[in-house]
Write a protein that binds this ligand. Structure first.
Ligand code: CA
Length: 412
C-alpha cells in the first residue's frame, strides 16, 4: 500500500497506522484528526463535506472535539473509517485527494489536545521484571513478588483529572514525604521525582453494573493505546502507600502521547505472551495472543542539553495482558465506560538497560546513571524533559505512537 502523500519510511504515522487525535490550529477550532506522515486528516471538515454519508456511524460524531462518541460507535465503525482512509490516501481519484488542501493540515501547525474525556483511570502493575525489581529493593530480595502477584493483575484506581497530553510540563509537587534515611516526614518539594514508562489502553464500550467482560470479549472493548508517563514522587510513595496504595505520589500529573493507535494497526505485531505458571484461574485464561511487540524508549533531555537514550524496553515484556486486565477489572461486576483508561504499570525488561523507571535504572539511588554531559541522575531534576517513544516494526511496516514528552518545572 502506498499513499500519494510523501511519507518517510521512518515516520510513525504510516498508511498502516492512522491513529486518532484531537488538534487545533490558529485557524481551526479543536477537532478530531488522523495522523498520516507529516499531516493530519481533518475529520471535522471531511464530515462537514458529507464524505461520511455512507458510513455505518453518525457523521456528527466526527464533528466533535473529542473521540468519546465515535469510540462508542464500535469496532465496525472504526474499521470502516480505517478502510476508507486507506482507500482515499492511496488513490488519486479520491475525494481526499481532490480536496487535499482543505482536508489535510500540516502537523507542524497543529496544537495537540487530550483526545478523550477520561472518566476513570486504573493503573496496573503487570510487568514481572518491574515488580521483582521493586520487591527486591523495598522488601525481600529472595521473595520479591508478593503471594498474589501471579494469581491476579494487581492494580489500583488512579486519578483521571490530572492526566494531560504530551507537551504539558509539570511543576515539582510540594508534598509530604519521608527524607532518605529518616523516619520523620517533611513537607516541601519532593526530592525524588521519577518517570514510569507505561502503555495505556482506552475502553470503547459502556457496560452495566454487574456485567463482565470476558478475555474473549476484551479486544472488541478496546479502542487503542497510547504511551504513558506516570510521573511519581518516590519519597512520598514509600511513606504514604501503606496500607491502601498510591495516592498523592501518583496524581500530580500523568502524561499520554497524543495519538491513539488502534487495535487494528497493532494487530500485525501480536506475539505469544509468557508462560503463566502457576496456572491462572479460568476467568483469566485467554486464547488470542494479546501481547504486542512494541519497542519503547525513554530519553532524558537536561535543560539546554541534548536528548539521551536511557532505557529501551518493550510492551511484550508484560506478564498480564490487556484482555486479562479488563476481564479481572470487570469480573466482580464493576462497570466500565467509554473513555476509561487502563495503564500497564511500569514496563521493565529483563536487562538493566531495559528498566522503565529511574528508581530501577539507578537501583534505588545506589547506582546513579551518568549522562553524556557528565552529570548524574538518581531522580529527575528541575528542567529535565523525559521523552518516551513507542513503535512497532515488521516486514517493512512501521506503526508508531509519536512522543510522550513532559518537563519537570521547579516547585511553585
Ligand atoms: Ca504507574
Amino acid at each position: 500500500m502506498k499513499s500519494w502523500l510523501t511519507i518517510s519510511d521512518h515516520s510513525d504515522f504510516s498508511i498502516y497506522n492512522l491513529p486518532f487525535g484531537s488538534f487545533s490550529t490558529p485557524n481551526l477550532d479543536q477537532r478530531l484528526g488522523v495522523a498520516i506522515g507529516d499531516s493530519i486528516v481533518d475529520l471535522k471538515s471531511c464530515a462537514q463535506k458529507g464524505l461520511f454519508q455512507h458510513a455505518p456511524f453518525a457523521s456528527v460524531t466526527l464533528e466533535e472535539p473529542i473521540l468519546n462518541n465515535f469510540m462508542g460507535c464500535g469496532k465496525e465503525s472504526r474499521v470502516w473509517l480505517r478502510n476508507w482512509l486507506q482507500q482515499q490516501l492511496t488513490h488519486t481519484d479520491s475525494e481526499l485527494y481532490a480536496h487535499k488542501d482543505e482536508l489535510l493540515c500540516p502537523m507542524e501547525s497543529a496544537n495537540l489536545h487530550l483526545p478523550v474525556h477520561i472518566g476513570d483511570y486504573t493503573d496496573f502493575y503487570s510487568s514481572e521484571d518491574h515488580a521483582r525489581n521493586v520487591g527486591k529493593m523495598f522488601r525481600d530480595p529472595e521473595n520479591a513478588l508478593l503471594p498474589n502477584w501471579k494469581h491476579l493483575p494487581v492494580g489500583y484506581h488512579g486519578r483521571a483529572s490530572s492526566i494531560v497530553v504530551s507537551g504539558t510540563n509539570i511543576h515539582r509537587p510540594k508534598i509530604q514525604f519521608l527524607p532518605a534515611g529518616s523516619d520523620v516526614p517533611s513537607f516541601g518539594p519532593s526530592k525524588m521525582i521519577d518517570f514510569e514508562l507505561e502503555m495505556a489502553f482506552l475502553v470503547s464500550r459502556n457496560t452495566e453494573l454487574g456485567e463482565q467482560i470476558t478475555t474473549d470479549e476484551a479486544e472488541d472493548s478496546i479502542f487503542g493505546l497510547v504511551v504513558f508517563n506516570d510521573w511519581s514522587a518516590r519519597d512520598t510513595q514509600r511513606w504514604e502507600y501503606v496500607p491502601l496504595g498510591p495516592f498523592l505520589a501518583k496524581n500530580f500529573g500523568s502524561v499520554i502521547s497524543p495519538w491513539i493507535v488502534t487495535m487494528e494497526a497493532l494487530s500485525p505485531f501480536r506475539v505469544v505472551g509468557p508462560t503463566q505458571e502457576p496456572k491462572v484461574l479460568p476467568y483469566l485464561e485467554y486464547r488470542q495472543n494479546m501481547h504486542f511487540d512494541v519497542n519503547l524508549e525513554v530519553l532524558l533531555q537536561p535543560e539546554n542539553g541534548n536528548e539521551e537514550l536511557i532505557s529501551k524496553s518493550n510492551f511484550k515484556f508484560m506478564y498480564w495482558n490487556m484482555a486479562q486486565q479488563l476481564a479481572h477489572h470487570t469480573v466482580n461486576g464493576c462497570n466500565v465506560r467509554i473513555g476509561d483508561m487502563m495503564a500497564s504499570g511500569t514496563i521493565s525488561g529483563p536487562t538493566p538497560d531495559s528498566f522503565g523507571s529511574m528508581l530501577e535504572l539507578a537501583w534505588g539511588g545506589k547506582n546513579p546513571i551518568t549522562l553524556k554531559d557528565g552529570s548524574s541522575r538518581a531522580s529527575i531534576q528541575d528542567g529535565d524533559t523525559v521523552i518516551m517513544r513507542g513503535f512497532a516494526e515488521k516486514d517493512g511496516i512501521r506503526v508508531g505512537f509519536g512522543e510522550c514528552k513532559s518537563k519537570i518545572l521547579p516547585a511553585i
